[in-house]
Design a protein around this ligand. Structure first.
Ligand SMILES: [Zn+2]
Length: 150
């Protein structure tokens, strides 16, 4: 996870040890004194001083994903965790084309289905690649899923 993916009100925090071991945390404004995983923020924020942008602490990532509502995405190439509000990819575990996805089209999905899912197949979403190209949802796949349900 990268700081550019964090919502407003969340920031990176790391002491010198965290920066060296690539284990920087997430801090929420308003949550005074500790990181999301409960580590006291006693030192200077060396993550900011050293301009670190990668969040390494697994517990902070888990806490963050629970706080903001997130969508789990499955595909044949791996899984994504996506910010349900902005559609931004927060975590990518996989290979191939899914590593190139920047943002899902939450709005289009919501218009089509009327809901926001907890888990979904990538084929049901339109999405933007990091280079700006837009990939349409797989309309055939959507139709087949609907036929199975009905
Ligand atoms: Zn942490």
């Amino acid at each position: 996870m990268n700081i550019s993916n964090l919502r407003l009100g969340y920031n990176i925090f790391g002491n010198k040890g965290n920066v060296w071991s690539n284990q920087c945390h997430i801090a929420a404004s308003g949550l005074s004194g500790t990181t999301l995983c409960g580590v006291p923020m006693l030192s200077n924020n060396w993550a900011r001083i050293e301009e670190v942008d990668h969040i390494g602490c697994e517990e902070c990532k888990t806490q963050y994903i629970q706080r903001i509502e997130a969508i789990g995405i499955e595909s044949s190439h791996g899984t994504l965790i996506v910010d349900a509000d902005s559609g931004k990819v927060l975590e990518c575990n996989g290979e191939g084309y899914i590593t190139k996805i920047d943002r899902l089209d939450i709005e289009e999905y919501q218009v089509h289905y009327g809901i926001i899912p907890d888990y979904e197949d990538i084929l049901c979403f339109g999405f933007w690649y990091k280079n700006g190209d837009y990939n349409l949802p797989d309309y055939e796949f959507r139709k087949n899923i609907t036929n199975l349900i009905n």
